[in-house]
Write a protein that binds this ligand. Structure first.
Ligand code: G6P
Length: 370
């Protein structure tokens, strides 16, 4: 049966608005907020095997790869295990340093993407342990892995991934907390608090969605006809800049690039002029001042800035009139919150340009051929 759009104009919009539920369903029953304990029973690997893991490869394609890039920051910070992030089509053909103390974690909405599947098969053959984070029950990857952490985002119809991505972030944060528990790398109370922040992020997203959509709806009038777009961010939000640029490319066909803010001076700054919109992710985090310096350089070259930052940060309004404010959350959960405006901006621009948002040209929901 055809899934319903439930009154929304597109599946993509419906799925963007289902994100609070996707977080809640993915986290439910997996954290005990009294004891700080994380339980992931679908990982059939023994705890001893997991505790022995010395290195992790995160392997994925597209939007799922962006979730992997965020997870590297989390796992290295809280579980103190070195992480490498690979695009699956590269991973499957390069030389790998793998043994049974290496974990390959494949992230895939569908569980069927050809390159990611080939990647885990190769890693497993070389002796790696394999876990998947997946949204489709019984998909090929889940059948082949030593364990699966399901994202409970529900079926995703829009070709451009939204709620599956947010659920992947939630699952990866959970997995980070689980590793920290096995490794005893952070105190129990710290883990409990981080778990609470993750759960709370669902409510924060719920509250900001309608507000931000309305604000972006009016803002895009002066941007939707542009030919190029830059998205910039630092740290955990650098992958979110990549994801924003990918969303815009996928559904509006505007050329967009995501960049690490500190890397602008090594190339993209040459592109900045009054016709170049730059969306910058500038939360009040530990790299805030650094990002602001990069933003000032864009402003000095007349770039058209859109800033997404923290409520109450009046500094931002002095830089540009296009500011989107988001509530302050735990710094490490900013990627979940800051993804929302990037998705909505892409969606509203694509609709304004008359594009087929749910079925963009040349793209497939699941790429099962190489
Ligand atoms: C396709 C889809 C993307 C998705 C990517 C990876 O390109 O259009 O939305 O991110 O495949 O898919 P997966 O199912 O492995 O997450």
């Amino acid at each position: 049966a055809m899934a319903e759009k439930a009154g929304y104009k597109h599946f993509m919009l419906k799925e963007i608005f289902e994100q609070p539920q996707a977080i809640t369903n993915t986290v439910r029953g997996r954290i005990n907020l009294e004891t700080g304990e994380v339980v992931l029973p679908e990982i059939t690997l023994g705890e001893e095997d997991l505790r022995a893991i010395e290195r992790i490869y995160l392997v994925a394609c597209g939007t799922s790869w962006h979730a992997a890039l965020v997870a590297k920051y989390w796992i290295e910070k809280y579980a103190a295990i070195p992480v490498e992030v690979d695009i699956a089509s590269e991973f499957r053909y390069r030389s790998l340093l793998v043994n049974e103390r290496v974990l390959t974690l494949a992230i895939s909405q569908s569980g069927e993407t050809a390159d990611t599947l080939a990647g885990i098969r190769r890693a497993a053959r070389l002796g790696s342990k394999v876990i998947t984070i997946c949204n489709v029950v019984g998909s090929t990857m889940t059948r082949e892995a030593d364990g699966t952490i399901y994202t409970h985002a529900g079926p995703e119809i829009g070709v451009a991934s939204t709620k599956a991505f947010i659920a992947q972030l939630a699952a990866l944060f959970l997995f980070t907390l689980y590793l920290s528990q096995l490794k005893r790398s952070i105190p129990v109370e710290h883990r409990r608090r981080l778990g609470q922040h993750l759960i709370d992020s669902a409510r924060v997203v719920q509250e900001l969605l309608p507000k931000i959509r309305e604000q972006i709806g009016t803002m895009i009038e002066s941007f939707y006809q542009c030919r190029d777009f830059l998205f910039v961010g630092r740290g955990l939000n650098y992958p979110i800049a990549l994801e924003g640029a990918l969303k815009l490319k996928e559904i509006s066909y505007i050329h967009a690039e995501g960049y690490a803010a500190g890397e602008l001076k090594h190339g993209p700054i040459a592109l900045i002029d009054k016709d170049m919109p730059v969306l910058a992710i500038t939360p009040k985090d530990s790299v805030y001042q650094k990002t602001i310096s990069n933003i000032e350089e864009i402003k000095a070259r007349q770039g058209r800035l859109i800033l997404i930052g923290t409520e109450g940060d009046t500094q931002l309004e002095k830089i540009t009139e296009d500011v989107i404010y988001l509530p302050a959350v735990h710094e490490d959960l900013n990627p979940i919150i800051y993804t929302i405006p990037a998705q909505l901006l892409s969606y509203e621009i694509a609709v304004r340009r008359g594009c087929d948002v749910d079925q963009p040209r040349n793209l497939a929901k699941s790429v099962t051929v190489e």
